[in-house]
Structure formats: C-alpha cells, structure tokens
Design a protein around this ligand. Structure first.
Ligand SMILES: [Zn+2]
Length: 432
C-alpha cells in the first residue's frame, strides 16, 4: 500500500494561527486524545476533529477513511477530495468539509515531509451509538488498512447528592437544567428529554421527559431511528453543573441566576442580619442559598458534618482546586474586637474551634475525610474559615487592620463580605 497515514486521535479544537505562509503554518490542537469520553450515548461527534498524520501532501489527494464499529459496520466515511463522500445520514453526504480545503502544507522537494491534518467533523451527521472501541481504517486501491482506533469511553455521572446539588447551586454559571431532543428526519418523530435538579413544569408542558422517566429504548414510527436510551437515563445528570452542555444537549439559560434573583437574596440576607438572628437562622438561610459561597468554586458543599470532635463543622466546601474549607459561622451579633482594638473572646473562640478541626485533620486525616465520604486524593489542602461580625461594628481603621491580620490557615469573612461578594456577582451578570 502506497501512502502512509496514521490516525492520532480526536481533539476538541484545531486552528491554524499566525501567518499562513506555506510551510510556516502553526497548528494549535486542543485536547488531542485517543479516547472520547462522554456520559451520554448515542454521542454526536460533530464538535470534534479527527487528527491524522500524513507522510506527504500527495497522500492527501486520495485519502479515504472509514470509521468502523466492532461488528464491521461503517459509521462514517471521510474523503480528502475536499468532500465527505458519505455518512450514516445521506442528507449530509455532499457537505464540504472546510478543514480539508484549507490545509497549509509544506511540500518538501526532497524526501518525506510528514504533516498533521485535523479534519473537522462538523457537518458530518454521525453519532457514536454506544461506548466501545472503533477502528479507523484507510481505504486505498481496494485495500483496507487499520491505521488507529478511537476508544469511546463512558463518563460515569457523579450522584446528585445534597452536597453536589448545593455546589451546583453555588455556581452562577452552572447548568441546573439541560435538555435536548432526538428526532427522525424521515418520519418527523421526536423524543424530547431533560435532566435538572428539580422537576421543570415548563419543560414538561412542552413534552420533555425527565431523564429518570425515559423509556429504555426509543424507536420512531418509521423504524429508521432505534435508540438505546439507557445512557441518557443515567448519564444526562453528568452535564448538570457544567458551564456548557455540548453535543445535542443544551443547557437551559433561563435556569441561571438573574441579577434580580441575586438582588433578592442579598436583600433578604441584609434584613435577616439586621434583625439580630441566631446562628441557626443564619445557617439555614445560607444552606438554602448556597450562591453565597460562589467565590469558593465549590464542587461539594457540606452542612453540619461531624469530624470526630464534639462540634460539627457548620459548612465545609470542597473547591475545584481540591482545597477543603472548614467553615465556622457565628451569630452575627458576636463581637470581633474589644473596645481597645484587641480580639474579642468571641472571635478567638471561633478561631480556636477552627484550629481544633485543622489539628484533628493533621492527626487523623483519613478518618476525618471519611466523615465527608472523600478519598484522600480528592483533597490536597485543608483550610479554615470563620464567618462572623459586621463591618459596621468596627471603625474603618480597625476593620482594615482586622482584615490584614495573620490568622495562619484561617481566613476571616464578615457577613458583609458575603453580601459584597453577591453584589459583585450581580455586576457580572447581564441585565435581563
Ligand atoms: Zn422515523
């Protein structure tokens, strides 16, 4: 067989940058991998590029590639004549593949000159039906030669525990509702589906079925589409909490926090704080509105967890950087400083409490993590946080000193810091 071609994998993004002088083109590839990992199948691959290495530009002229499943069925056909010659769906068979038309290559006059060719799969209406191993085959002169394989793996959806749900709600950009539909272009039948933290009556009214209520199989009335829905049932919730869903599943933008909603939450908290609430009242308000923790980039938010000490941790937050923050909140009226500017015993008491937890973690890390059902590798640092007091209880000068105070592994937030964090967040959200 003549031309040598290798399949290198799939990538999320491929773009030529800088000056496109032949031979000097710079190719940026993002996320090149032999594996495609998705929580839902059938999984569309249109958002990806397949990446090949070609021995020389001549091999581009008659490159024909098939993607084949384990039963030998051809899932997709690519041709390098600037066109996709055929796909699983005939209606897109003649769509031009832009990537192939605009490859700046250096052709060497003497000797081989390997180059990398990303092929956009946009316009190729192909879905990977189920997790598995797919073979990439080069077809030339009647010969079929495997040149690589694509592993399509299943990403298991993390369970929607109360800790995970609270973390999703604390992220202003997170999807709390995702939806999509599968349809048959032949008979027009469609199945609409969604996943969300709660039932969404608005979607139900439009015929969307919640993932947990989906049928195991869906077959359109003409029989052309025959889908196994099991991965949608279990996998869709994995898309919750992401900033974009991808594939043919969209996030519902109306489910995001609006400026108005954030303003309401801030106003309610201000009213609560001004009414001399108990610690318990503040705890339940923050529990119900985890967006107040948005600056922690949470992946889990725990409430009232025991860590082998007589006192439970009020809140604990696992951040995306794998730091576990142990948070002590105090009754807002408790004092930070004494008249003479030194720390009030309320404040030192709160700090001592957090220091005890941190010490416990140093002594018996594994047992403490057990309380959070966290594995050792999920946590790289443990930090302390005290939330107490109001800014107005100090003069500007003492407040500045207080916030600059070195408290070791402990950070101090006043309730006003939580409020101003919410105010700042409102400014980042477009008015609706
Ligand atoms: Zn049909």
């Amino acid at each position: 067989m003549g031309n040598v071609v290798a399949f290198l994998g799939v990538c999320d993004k491929a773009a030529y940058t800088g000056q496109l002088t032949p031979g000097c083109a710079r190719l940026n590839l993002l996320g090149l991998s032999r594996a495609l990992i998705s929580p839902v199948y059938p999984c569309p691959i249109a958002a990806h590029h397949m990446v090949f290495a070609l021995e020389d530009a001549q091999s581009l002229m008659n490159l024909r590639i098939h993607l084949v499943d384990d039963s030998g069925k051809v899932m997709a056909r690519l041709s390098a004549k600037g066109k996709i010659v055929g796909t699983g769906a005939p209606e897109t068979a003649d769509q031009v593949c832009d990537a192939l038309d605009s490859v700046p290559v250096l052709v060497s006059e003497s000797g081989p000159s390997w180059f990398v060719l990303p092929v956009s799969l946009k316009g190729l209406n192909v879905t990977i039906p189920r997790p598995g191993n797919y073979t990439v085959v080069q077809v030339q002169d009647g010969d079929r030669k495997p040149i690589g394989s694509l592993v399509c793996g299943l990403l298991e959806a993390p369970p929607l525990t109360p800790e995970r749900v609270a973390a999703i709600r604390s992220d202003p950009k997170a999807a709390t509702v995702v939806n999509g539909e599968t349809r048959c272009n032949n008979c027009g039948d469609k199945l609409r589906f969604y996943a969300a933290l709660d039932v969404v009556p608005k979607l139900v009214a439009r015929g969307y079925v919640r993932n947990t209520d989906l049928p195991d199989k869906w077959r359109c009335s003409c029989g052309k589409q025959d889908w196994d829905m099991q991965y949608y049932k279990t996998g869709l919730p994995a898309l919750l909490g992401r900033h974009s869903a991808g594939g043919d599943v969209e996030m519902d933008p109306s489910s995001r926090y609006t400026r108005q909603r954030l303003a309401e939450i801030a106003a309610q908290l201000r009213r609560l704080l001004d009414a001399d609430p108990t610690e318990e009242q503040v705890h339940s308000y923050i529990s119900a509105n985890p967006i107040l923790w948005h600056q922690f980039s949470a992946t889990r938010i725990y409430s009232k967890t025991s860590i082998m000490t007589p006192y439970k941790v009020d809140f604990a937050i696992l951040s995306t950087d794998r730091a576990l923050h142990l948070i002590e909140i105090e009754k807002p009226a408790k004092k930070l400083l004494k008249q003479d500017g030194h720390r009030h015993s309320d404040f030192t008491g709160a700090c001592d409490q957090v220091k005890d937890w941190l010490a416990k973690f140093r002594e018996q890390r594994a047992a403490c993590l057990d309380g959070f059902k966290l594995k050792s590798e999920e946590v790289t640092a443990v930090k302390g946080v005290v939330v107490m007091g109001r800014d107005a209880s100090c003069s500007d000068e003492t407040l500045r000193k207080l916030k600059a105070m070195d408290l070791g592994d402990i950070s101090l937030y006043t309730y006003d810091d939580l409020l101003s964090g919410l105010d700042a967040l409102q400014d980042t959200i477009e008015a609706t």
